[in-house]
Design a protein around this ligand. Structure first.
Ligand code: ATP
Ligand code: MN
Length: 460
């Protein structure tokens, strides 16, 4: 007698054999003299049907009181099922109730709940079909990211969560302080008494540290939690999100874009191949046609346009955008979405942004007006990737840092990378949740991370 996860049981059913499963009751239906139980164990979307006959010892006392959410251990013989829509069922010879779930109080009853309501019960929402599918797809996507980079010979680097380089996150950085006294000590006179003897915060990006390793190991990536105290309550921003950041030495902007496109297609194809059942749920109930949308992305080349061309397209459109467009302004989400959804209906790589709206580390063009930046925009979301070729020339980088008002003393280590064996190098940051949103069709980013953190919201 062997224990099975339901996914494995359904994949190659050991029909005729005795099996044990554990899981949670989804529904109980009584017939005369027996009951049907639908069991889910989280290994896949599908439930297994269990037949509980009236002859079971605990049939009247326990089985007939089982309700949605109760946990059980069931053993019995796996049989071909006569019922439509399922291949096998278990004829139980023992049903052990492991934990009850009082139907008077258990909030997840059979009816469909709104995602907004489910956010209020983050400890129970992964028990729903949709959030379970998201968790499995998200997990698979992490796996395919690791697989992609390992196949390509990249080295994974764990960049720090606590950082003291705050140049990027001005205003968006969460500060790290110790104890109740910490608050008082934050003024600059007292900083030496703080834990690190200087200002520290939660990372807004691992890029600068990834560059250190790229300049030693060639091709690296970092993938981990990232924090931004931005007060933007949108469907695409979290205060804590996961960012994937590859960084490559001896790689220009073109090589960077090629990698990003290949990686995105690889992840999408891998999910379609390995999460078929979960994707079908999204396809039917969350975003109709999401599977075809992903296939379309896999089968077509991404569109490349420059920022200047993007601005021209937007001006040509004669559309009344909330934020008016002109050369030199940053593209807003409404602009990004218009381009990728209305004009091209494909992922779009926008390159060569004005230097004035991009950070100091991006490589400037010869005339100094633009930088070798590239953002990838996708329909329904807008920006999912932001990347660039980095400035590898010491003097130019130093000048850009000084112009941006950065304490260059604190970044000598970063400048040193340009002093000792500099290389043309590039990388990008992929907002992992935004990609999970794109893949699942979930309208709100709060549904694609297990425990979302947004302004005023961090319940558990
Ligand atoms: P946006 O303009 O959408 O706020 P950004 O320009 O601030 O994005 P970058 O600093 O380039 O973003 O970060 C790289 C990627 O990280 C973005 O392309 C996006 O996918 C993701 N990202 C940025 N901020 C957030 C956030 N608050 N929540 C979730 N993902 C984010
Ligand atoms: Mn932002």
């Amino acid at each position: 007698m062997a224990s099975y996860r339901i996914a494995a049981l359904l994949k190659e059913p050991p029909t005729g054999q005795k099996v044990i499963i554990t899981g949670w009751i989804r529904t109980r239906r009584d017939a005369s003299g027996f009951s049907f139980l639908e069991i889910n164990d989280g290994s896949c979307l599908a439930n297994v049907q269990v037949i509980a006959e009236g002859t079971l010892d605990n049939y009247e006392k326990e089985v007939k009181k089982l309700s949605t959410g109760c946990s059980v251990e069931i053993s019995g013989v796996l049989k071909d099922s006569p019922a439509k829509g399922q291949s096998v069922e278990i004829l139980a010879d023992s049903i052990v109730v492991v934990g009850w779930a009082d139907p008077e109080h258990y909030p997840l009853q059979k009816k469909r709940h709104s995602f907004e309501f489910l956010r209020e019960i983050p400890h129970l929402r992964p028990r729903t079909n949709a959030l379970g599918c998201v968790a499995r797809v998200r997990s698979r996507m992490c796996h395919s990211i690791q697989q992609f980079f390992h196949q390509k010979g990249f080295v994974q680097i764990h960049t720090p969560v606590i950082t003291t380089s705050d140049c990027e996150g001005a205003g968006e950085m969460f500060q790290v302080i110790t104890g109740l006294e910490g608050q008082k000590q934050l003024d600059s006179k007292n900083l030496h008494k703080e834990f690190f003897g200087r200002r520290a915060g939660l990372t807004v990006s691992g890029q600068l540290q990834a560059e250190v390793y790229a300049q030693a190991l060639g091709s690296v990536y970092t993938f981990g939690p990232t924090f931004r105290a931005e007060n933007s309550n949108t469907s695409r921003h979290l205060a804590e999100f996961w960012m994937l950041e590859p960084e490559m030495a001896f790689c220009d902007l073109f090589c960077n874009m090629k990698l990003a496109e290949e990686m995105l297609k690889y992840i999408l194809a891998d999910v379609l191949e390995n999460c078929y059942e979960d994707m079908e749920l999204f396809n039917r109930f969350v975003e109709k046609g999401v599977v075809d949308k992903l296939r379309h992305v896999i089968d077509n080349d991404f569109i490349h346009i420059s920022y200047t061309e993007a601005v021209e397209k937007l001006l040509e459109s004669k559309k009344n955008f909330e934020y008016p467009v002109s050369w030199g302004v940053d593209l807003q989400s409404e602009h990004e979405r218009y381009l990728t959804e209305q004009v091209y209906q494909l992922p779009l790589i926008v390159t060569d942004y004005p230097a004035s709206i991009k950070p100091f580390y991006m490589r400037v063009s010869d005339d100094g007006t633009t930088v070798a930046a590239m953002d990838i925009l996708v329909p329904g979301i807008g920006e999912i990737v932001g990347g660039s070729q980095r400035e590898e020339r010491y003097d130019i980088l130093l000048g850009r840092m000084q112009n941006s008002g950065i304490e260059t003393d604190e970044y000598q280590w970063y400048l040193d990378l340009r002093k000792y064996g500099t290389t043309p190098h590039s990388g990008f940051g992929l907002g992992f949740e935004r990609l999970v949103q794109f893949v699942t069709g979930m309208a709100n980013i709060r549904e694609v991370i297990p425990f979302p953190r947004t302004p005023g919201f961090a319940p558990c």
